[in-house]
Design a protein around this ligand. Structure first.
Ligand SMILES: C[S@@+](CC[C@H](N)C(=O)[O-])C[C@H]1O[C@@H](n2cnc3c(N)ncnc32)[C@H](O)[C@@H]1O
Length: 239
């Protein structure tokens, strides 16, 4: 299913003579999906269905896989498959999604977060659906790099630049707070792709305890220079 569509992506990645980070990121998601037998995939954000078709291609390679896609708009026309359930809903409304697609209760292999790109919304999606991700399952996040939206870049846009950075900082904090149950990989360039792999049993929640955050570089160097100055005045040698 959607073989030609996927072939274009794979060929685009392998044969491209310049770095095309967007294509590489689609290729990464497809590779992950086809590496799993009969995966259950939950996709948040459908629009024209690029990711939907990539995941359906992977799901159709076996017999028991399922794709559940959620969007606040009616995107039910973007694909057709007996293995596809489209749920029209706010993707942060976990209860509504679970009621419409109960297959999620038995565990998700891949969760793809690509709906409303605001940190509060992403937080609700991640914390809400994380317990339903299987041990060894992965969570992909799109729109986590600000590069294309920075001043003078091809999509120069302050709103998306700052929004994407907020999401990236949030995911980094989640990783810091839950380092015992997560692996993190980050493909930079284009809109960016983060993959979190869950290393904890189905049902495990993410800890959202506030932790001490990184110490500020400017404050540290200012403090350090003033100490050094005082020690020099006292004739104490500093290594
Ligand atoms: C970036 S697009 C998704 C692109 C898609 N994953 C792809 O690769 O083709 C974002 C989608 O999120 C949807 N969306 C926006 N706010 C939402 C919300 N609160 N709940 C669910 N979907 C939402 C939009 O309608 C839009 O279709």
């Amino acid at each position: 299913m959607y073989e030609d569509f996927v072939k274009e992506i794979v060929d685009g990645y392998i044969k491209s003579s310049t770095a095309d980070h967007g294509i590489k990121q689609l290729h990464t998601m497809h590779k992950e999906a086809v590496s799993r037998t009969d995966p259950v995939i939950l996709e948040l954000g459908v629009q024209t269905g690029i990711s939907t078709k990539i995941f359906l291609n992977a799901v159709h390679r076996g017999s028991g896989g399922q794709l559940v896609s959620v969007d606040i708009e009616d995107c039910s026309h973007v694909a057709q498959s007996s293995k596809w359930t489209f749920v029209r809903s706010d993707s942060a409304n976990v209860e509504n999604v679970l009621n419409t697609a109960p297959v999620i209760n038995s565990g998700v292999d891949i969760l793809y977060i690509d709906s409303l790109h605001h940190v509060d919304h992403v937080r609700k999606e991640l914390l809400g659906f994380f317990p339903y991700v299987k041990n060894g399952g992965v969570i992909f996040f799109d729109d986590v790099d600000s590069i294309p939206y920075m001043r003078g870049r091809e999509k120069d846009n302050i709103h998306t630049e700052i929004g994407n950075r907020d999401i990236l900082n949030f995911i980094n904090e989640v990783f810091e707070d839950n380092i015992d149950k997560l692996y993190l990989t980050f493909e930079r360039g284009s809109t960016g792709l983060i993959m979190l792999q869950k290393c904890a049993p189905l049902g495990t929640k993410l800890s959202s305890q506030p932790q001490l955050r990184a110490r500020k570089s400017k404050i540290y160097w200012k403090y350090r220079r003033s100490i050094e100055k005082r020690l020099r005045r006292l004739g104490v040698s500093i290594s």
